[in-house]
Design a protein around this ligand. Structure first.
Ligand SMILES: [Zn+2]
Length: 423
């Protein structure tokens, strides 16, 4: 109860801070006075199942305590940064990533920081010998580094970068392969520009443009072993592969697989569940749908509903839950639940449902003789997918049941028809 009411400031609750669930539950029925009635009339109270009390860890959807989640709750979270997804990747060698991370975080010493720390030095860039030495100058403004950026941008046909922000954005419209090659290349360049300064300082090795370029090409070619992104079948991608000698690369689709839709057996009803989300941020409006099919291939009805902002896992769980409740309403006893979410199906088949749905789930499954959970790919569940997308017009909390096949559903899956999946 605390979960639902913690954000609401009700005078009665603050005055009765020790109120317990057992005070408003008598003989398995919710019973409360007028004050509480005013608070609860907007809430759908959970089903009372009876039995022993159970202890729930509410941070976990299943209700089970885990040390990792407890640590996660306690730990201090820093602000998220946009460069981490480019840097901490499988295709970039950790040695390169680590050094670029130091550059981004400012973990280095240059003359500018020495002067700031009151060292009396005469500062001069050891490469171009014209400007004051600083990391910003070395990476983006020094004649040598500008020539290197010009050279690499000519190869990739990108605009000259002037900051870290620029280099992350450059390849945003390219294939996964080119994106990975670009990030690998620029990170190697950044690391080499920094290391070159040390070579001049400690080993007295003069900067050499040709040698530098050869080193970059060699390192990118070696880094190609880690690059797994797929290419697009266009000349630009082929030119990049050739330039860095990356060898054979796969294009977008690696395989095409055949699938069939299987008709449910006699007396068994199939619920094809799917969810669709709308919005392009982390929190999305989710619409769920169940399409009901019988053994004669007929569409018995559809159920669509919107649950507002929710995660995909929750939406899939609610979708299955609504299908189970519809089965009680329609007095069905043998059912198959089909969904493309392997994880949610596995959890439901092991009775590991979200803790706040447990009551509803027990009530729904109590009357069933047979329940089977089947995973299917979206390619053989396309009517549910299509209907879920149309459900975008529903308001949060709204539910619609349609008896029979809706007019807006032009095609449904048929037995003995081949469906293809591109992977
Ligand atoms: Zn310089």
């Amino acid at each position: 109860m605390v979960l639902f009411l913690k954000d609401l400031n009700y005078m009665y609750l603050t005055e009765n801070i020790n109120l317990k669930v057992s005070d408003i539950l008598s003989n398995g029925v919710w019973s409360y006075n007028n004050e509480l009635h005013q608070i609860f009339h907007n809430f759908k109270m959970p089903e009372v199942l009876g039995g022993e009390d159970i202890l729930l860890w509410t941070r976990n959807l299943i209700g089970e305590f885990s040390t990792s989640e407890a640590v996660n709750k306690l730990r201090n979270r820093e602000q998220s940064v946009n460069w981490s997804k480019y840097l901490w990747t499988h295709f970039l060698h950790h040695f390169v990533a680590r050094n670029v991370w130091k550059l981004i975080q400012g973990i280095y010493t240059d003359d500018k920081s020495m002067v700031k720390n009151r060292y009396e030095i005469v500062s001069r860039c050891r490469i171009c010998e014209t400007e004051q030495d600083s990391m910003n100058h070395l990476l983006w403004e020094c004649n040598f580094s500008i020539d290197i950026w010009r050279w690499i941008c000519f190869i990739f046909q990108f605009k000259l970068p002037k900051s870290f922000e620029d280099i992350w954005k450059c390849a945003s419209n390219c294939s996964p392969l080119v994106k990975q090659v670009w990030i690998t290349t620029v990170c190697i360049i950044l690391k080499e520009l920094w290391f070159q300064k040390n070579k001049i300082f400690f080993e007295d090795i003069k900067p050499n443009m040709q040698g530098f370029k050869c080193r970059i090409m060699k390192f990118v070619n070696e880094g190609g072993l880690r690059i797994t992104g797929t290419k697009w079948n266009q000349n630009y991608d082929h030119e990049m592969i050739e330039k860095f000698q990356l060898g054979f690369r796969h294009s977008g689709f690696r395989y095409i697989k055949k699938y069939h839709w299987l008709l449910p057996e006699q007396d068994i009803v199939m619920f094809c569940c799917d969810v669709s989300s709308f919005g392009n941020t982390g929190s999305q409006d989710v619409v769920l749908l169940s399409l009901v099919r019988d053994s004669a291939c007929q569409v018995l009805g559809t159920l669509s509903g919107s649950i507002g902002v929710a995660s995909n896992y929750l939406a899939e769980s609610y979708g299955i839950m609504c299908a189970l409740e519809l089965e009680i309403q329609w007095s069905m006893h043998k059912i198959i639940i089909m969904s493309d979410s392997k994880y949610v199906l596995a959890e439901f088949s092991q009775e590991r449902v979200p803790w706040f749905l447990k009551g509803r789930w027990h009530m729904a499954t109590r009357k069933l003789n047979q329940i089977e959970y089947q995973r299917c790919y979206r390619e053989v569940n396309f009517p549910a997918d299509c209907m879920a997308k149309k459900g975008a017009l529903l308001a949060a909390g709204e539910r619609k049941i349609h008896i029979g096949r809706p007019q807006c559903l032009p095609r449904v899956e048929m037995e003995n028809v081949e469906y293809f999946r591109f992977g």
